[in-house]
Design a protein around this ligand. Sequence first.
Ligand code: ZN
Length: 270
Amino acid sequence: MIKPDITPPDEHAVWWFIVSGTQVLATASENDAEPIPYGNANFIPGAKSEYTAQIGEYRGKPAFVLSLTEPTLVLGGYAWQPLRQLLRFGDSELFAIAGRGCQLQHFLTTHQFCGKCGTQTVQDRNELAVLCPECEFRCYPRISPCMIVAVYRDRQILLARGVRHPEGLYSVLAGFVESGESFEQCVHREVFEEVGVRVRNIQYVTSQPWPFPHSLMAGFIAEYDSGELDLQDDEIVTADWFDIDQLPKTPPLGTIAARLIATVKAEVSA
Ligand SMILES: [Zn+2]
């Protein structure tokens, strides 16, 4: 559970997830034994004056977030880097907790005023929430559910390059769940809207928080049912069926997309 707005006692060393927006202070090399700072609050500039909270445990020790408005803090051996780049450490626990820290900061910076009456909010001391002192409206961190699905047909997998993907990178399909929709309905709707095909035999595989800025991805695989590829121009640049043994560049290990592609590979090779 997240313990908001507390500082670790001076005698205790803890892990520090120092975040600003989607930037995290971490070592430049993924070979360092300590990818992020470890020490007590005196060791970290600003730890006693800026917002901190305990956001879980990392490697069995308490993990704290230090949330900074600007990524200006300088600490020897560490550099500010995009949260996404932490994936290269191949450490899912590190990426998950850093993502939680960034989501927490995003929540606090986007809920400074009550959405109902406009009064400045205050932070709840007991749980991660902000409270309106005027009308008592309470807000919790927003989490946006998404589905992500690997569609396959025989030994082929459907991969697409979305408008936000870098050149040459292909991935599986994904989309936000709409109000009042189930994950399964979302899979059917998004796949049809984005690439024009129908799917069947949807199977849940796993989930992953995706902190850009506050998604929760539910991952599925699904079998192709019918239809020809017909791409939605404003979302998908290109999409095609690829032989499972001859894939283009796909998302790195540690992402749910990589996990789903591996699941399809195991499924069609069985
Ligand atoms: Zn209010």
